[in-house]
Design a protein around this ligand. Structure first.
Ligand code: SF4
Length: 467
């Protein structure tokens, strides 16, 4: 039996550790999880748990902090450290960090299982793993994608809920009905992941309807779940699967739900069915209200007509919707950025979310920006920040665009404020604008995730350092 401790830095439920933990426990191993932002005396706690392996779930932006933490831990106890998730997959230089023994590329379930099964044997030949040994790095090839996702056990939610009551008591629980996205947006990791997995199996996979329903019903019975959240990149991707799924969901689950979609996939039949089966909120990426930015630069492959049509149908069937928007896109002018507010106003978005584009090195948007001299040639992953703080891209009206991001929510929800916003964005960037932005995020999350007032305050406090 191998003892694995998962470590992450923020209070958030990730499906990855839950899925791996379920598979490891099923095979006789022991798993635990610590969230650094929630812990005091964390080194003592780790010593008490005494794991054989510490598995880090890393988000780009906090990778340096976690690598430093791993180094610190390795000085205190004898343990193997492994880093996984999208960051380790795309930024393999991470293996050179002193505190990192192994990185996992791509899907981690079976690689972690093999690692745990062979902890006292040779661990240098496990597929998907890059392993450091005697100052050398052994790079193993990547295994094909898991063809049948239903062969995996249901995610182990207990790994979060046994320690973190806040997560346990959240009324909304997340589910995945599949993996992969067929689109190729230039700012998203999917097009790069497809290259890593070329000739390694079907990239987009869906689970069996009855298995998803079974998982939801177990959670409905076990925890006080009030709302189901489908976290697939695009829940509405396969119309036939979706309509059949919603029929079964309506009969057996009967809980309100939210999901992510693409505006071009929402037609009358889907909107009607979503409403009938209990869909309360839907979220889709609008990204930019400017057609050139949205389709030529961001490669969203989404027309304004599709966006307006989706919004019309969602209003018709009384389904509230949120949009994801990005400001600070390469070659974006302040007028282009205002187009994004304008389109959201036209479609009357209920929950407008906005971020400042973070061009992840290796993605096509980052390559495009370097080619256009909008990013330095030596631009690297350490230049990224967590989501919303600033933009690295050279922009003509950068100050105004960053400030507009702070007022984005207010511009969409209260368009009569736009003349005032146009004046305010001319002032230097400042902390007050940032606080105003955070208040908008807290309101949007509270309203769209069904949080109570106390939860909203807690969330705002937790977001304070991470946005
Ligand atoms: S549709 Fe969404 S998940 Fe798919 S590639 Fe575009 S941004 Fe990524």
């Amino acid at each position: 039996m191998t003892k694995v401790l998962f470590i992450q830095d923020i209070l958030f439920e990730f499906i990855g550790p839950m899925q791996i933990s379920a598979l490891l426990k099923k095979n006789g191993h022991e798993c635990d999880l610590l969230i650094l932002s929630e812990e005091t005396n964390v080194i003592d706690k780790i010593k008490k748990i005494n794991p054989d392996i510490i598995a880090f779930s890393v988000m780009t932006g906090s990778h340096n902090e976690l690598a430093d933490f791993a180094k610190k831990i390795k000085k205190e106890i004898k343990v193997i450290t492994i880093f996984g998730g999208p960051h380790a997959t795309f930024y393999t230089d991470l293996i050179n960090e002193e505190g990192v023994d192994i990185i996992c590329i791509g899907e981690g379930e079976y690689a972690m299982l093999e690692l745990c099964n062979n902890i006292n044997k040779d661990i240098t030949k496990i597929k998907n793993l890059w392993v450091k040994k005697n100052n050398k790095i052994i790079k193993n090839e990547i295994e094909p994608l898991i063809e049948n996702l239903d062969e995996l056990p249901f995610p182990d939610r207990d790994i979060y809920y046994k320690r973190y009551k806040y997560l346990k008591l959240l009324p909304t629980k997340k589910f995945m009905t599949g993996r992969g996205c067929p689109y190729n947006c230039s700012f998203c990791f999917n097009h790069e992941l497809k290259k890593i997995y070329s000739n390694k199996g079907r990239y987009v996979r869906k689970r069996k309807i009855e298995k998803v329903i079974e998982e939801i019903l177990i959670l409905k019975k076990q925890w006080d779940m009030k709302i189901v959240r489908f976290s697939d990149d695009t829940f509405t991707l396969y119309k036939e699967w979706l309509l059949e799924f919603l029929d079964v969901y309506k009969k057996k689950v009967r809980l309100p739900f939210t999901c992510l979609a693409r505006a071009n996939e929402i037609d009358e039949e889907i909107a009607k069915k979503l409403k009938e089966t209990g869909c309360i909120n839907i979220f889709f990426g609008l990204e930019s209200g400017n057609n050139r930015i949205r389709n030529d630069v961001l490669r969203k492959n989404l027309s304004e007509k599709d966006i307006i049509n989706a919004a019309r149908l969602l209003h018709k069937y009384n389904i509230k919707f949120g949009t994801y928007n990005m400001l600070g896109n390469p070659t974006e002018s302040i007028e282009d950025a205002f187009d994004t507010i304008k389109l959201n106003t036209i479609i009357k978005t209920d929950f407008p979310f906005s971020t400042i584009l973070q061009p992840y090195p290796g993605t096509d948007i980052s390559k495009f920006s370097v080619e256009k001299n909008l990013l330095p040639e030596d631009y690297c992953v350490n230049d990224l920040t967590l989501m919303n703080k600033r933009s690295q891209i050279k922009l003509k009206n950068k100050k105004e665009i960053v400030n507009l991001h702070r007022f984005f929510f207010y511009g969409v929800k209260f368009p009569f404020l736009l003349p005032l916003i146009k004046i305010l964005i001319k002032f230097p960037e400042n902390k007050i604008y940032y606080l105003i932005f955070q208040a908008g995020v807290a309101w949007t999350k509270k309203s769209s995730f069904g949080l109570g007032f106390i939860d909203m305050i807690k969330l705002a406090w937790k977001l304070k350092s991470k946005l």
